[in-house]
Design a protein around this ligand. Structure first.
Ligand code: KG4
Length: 342
């Protein structure tokens, strides 16, 4: 690899994680993430509290990322920040910080789409010899709290959403079902843990019948609620007695829904290079399903390291690196946006 010495500081503040990372020529030097515990008591992210926590965290997080990387501010080539989609108040903290920081250092600013960054997390190198990146074209299953999409990736800057959820996202299905059985927020990781001791065959839930590569999770949520409603009438302790099996059945159904469409897209488009990104890709059952599909269908799978599955700034800096090579900088009047596709 040619050493170009491009050093990018990435800033991520789209939801409830404040993160800063430094990448040199695509190799991660640091990736600092400050989560926000304040939302747990509310069972979901409270936008105003998230913005306030970002304000408090952003300077120490950037400071720590630079220190861990052993990089001085004057060595930075550019600063990349998440422009959207996300919570507007949260995004404003990262965007405003970036504007001040880039102006003070007289370095270019790079705007990054959060969803594109999730896909590009696969190109982050652990070290200079890391050559594990996907080959184009590949399919990326992007599954998070806000998105469930199948993306056809032809190049780092050529992405097409070929399927997406028409209602809830996969992470939302995990979180909402977790809430009704009294699990803390975010419910996805808790369901994952409980599912490991449960039997997925005991409770089965509805799978949607939708054309093409689109997803739907609202029917599954309703089917989960109806089962609880009916069984609680017979036994008020039904949830407590069956928690692990309920989690295992729910998780297995969500994974089947995700994999059925992904398998169809892979077959139709004849693409066997398959990646997964977003918070739900931390799920152990989904990772196992990917491995089974690799064995059975000859897929070459790409599952990012844990730290790059949920929101993080290393993926933002990675997108920034690609854009820097293309000299794609953004003007001072770039404003955050809350909603869009890749
Ligand atoms: O990408 P992400 O960090 O950010 C948002 O979209 O906000 O994804 C968060 C989502 C949450 O819904 C969370 O419950 C889910 O990812 N999640 C998981 C697991 N870890 C995180 N879902 C299932 N199993 C997990 N192990």
């Amino acid at each position: 690899m040619i050493n170009q010495n491009i050093i990018i500081l990435g800033i991520e503040s789209s939801c409830d994680d404040t993160s800063a990372a430094v990448l040199r020529d695509g190799v991660v030097l640091s990736n600092v993430i400050a989560g926000q515990k304040v939302h747990e008591a509310f069972g979901g992210v409270v936008p105003e509290l998230a913005s306030r926590a970002h304000q408090q965290n952003i300077i120490p997080v950037v400071d720590q990322a630079l220190k861990q990387a052993g990089i001085e501010k004057k060595d930075l080539s550019a600063v990349a920040f998440t422009r959207g989609p996300g919570l507007l108040g949260s995004l404003l903290v990262g965007a405003s910080f970036t504007k001040g920081f880039a102006t003070a250092l007289d370095i270019p600013m790079i705007e990054v789409n959060h969803l594109q960054a999730h896909v590009l997390a696969h190109f982050i190198k652990q070290d200079e010899n890391d050559a594990n990146q996907p080959q184009f074209p590949f399919l990326c299953l992007l599954v998070s709290g806000g998105n469930s999409q199948i993306i056809l990736v032809r190049a780092w800057n050529q992405m097409e959403i070929i399927g997406q959820t028409i209602d809830d996202a996969a992470g939302e299905a995990f979180d909402k079902c977790a809430k009704v059985i009294g699990l803390p927020y975010p419910g996805g990781p808790v369901i994952d843990r409980l599912a490991q001791t449960g039997d997925p065959a005991i409770f089965r839930f509805n799978k949607p019948q939708i054309k093409g590569y689109d997803y739907s999770f609202s029917g599954l949520k309703t089917s989960f609620l109806y089962l609880l409603r009916d069984r609680l009438k017979e036994d008020p302790d039904f949830i407590e007695k069956n928690k692990a099996d309920l989690c295992a059945g729910l998780q297995a159904t969500i994974i089947e829904i995700l994999m059925d469409k992904l398998r169809k897209a892979s077959k139709d488009l004849n693409i066997k290079e398959i990646a997964v990104a977003g918070g739900v890709s931390a799920n152990s059952g989904l990772r196992k399903a990917f491995e089974e599909h690799a064995q059975k269908y000859g897929w070459k799978i790409h599952i990012p390291p844990f730290a790059y599955t949920t929101d993080n700034a290393a993926m933002v800096a990675m997108c920034g690196h690609f854009k820097y090579l293309n000299q794609e900088f953004c003007p001072m009047d770039a404003t955050p946006f809350s909603r869009t596709g890749v």
